[in-house]
Design a protein around this ligand. Sequence first.
Ligand code: RTP
Ligand code: MG
Length: 216
Amino acid sequence: MTWGAAGVQAVKAPLILRFSRVPKVLQIATTSPVKSIFFGIAVANITQFPYKDANFLPSEARSFWNGVTFMQRTFSIIKPDAVRKNVIGDILNRVERAGLRIIAMRKMHLTRAEAEAIYAVHKGLPFFGDLIDFMTSGPVVVAVLEGKNGVAVYREVMGATDPAKAAPGTIRADHAETMARNAVHGSDSVESARYEMGCVFTQEDLGVVIPDQHAA
Ligand code: RTP
Ligand code: MG
């Protein structure tokens, strides 16, 4: 850039700032009560931005962006077979060692309606009835986990669906007996996670707090 061009930029910059939309947005937000509500909603959305999947990006850029930047929440179930084996602590230990944080957690006995809702995507498949019988056969531990690239990280910690194919050192390699009794569940996408956690947790349980709520 030449000195002349730099001089022109120096004159233009304050004019651009003066007439740019940012100060206007702030002005409108503080003068109109209705518009300030919309402004508040926008701020709330921005503060939750790290928890959103970057669906607006093309897929290659999205996986890169998610891997580098985005915190993701995933939904986990320690299934009845693992609870019966008394390995809840071991599984949670592996979760934390993988850098995932437990956001919400509860030991409970799923009702058939809850299990059917969580596994709704498999409704109609031949193993669905057995899956629901098994998932309601004893207590489970449901949890929401959070971390960078959390969905994929937890799937890696779990290992393959079939324990015979699960990599050594994974939860399923060490604790699952068969494909049908495979110790843990983990969501396969951010969208599934959001849906599945809603089957057993409330928004209050999940504790998404926007900064203003800390004020009082
Ligand atoms: P999950 O949902 O439980 O985390 O397991 P996943 O993603 O690894 O596997 P998915 O295909 O979603 O299957 C859900 C559960 O259904 C049982 N299953 N049985 N052919 C079979 O007998 C069969 N296929 C799936 C498994 O318990 C699996 O975890
Ligand atoms: Mg699945």
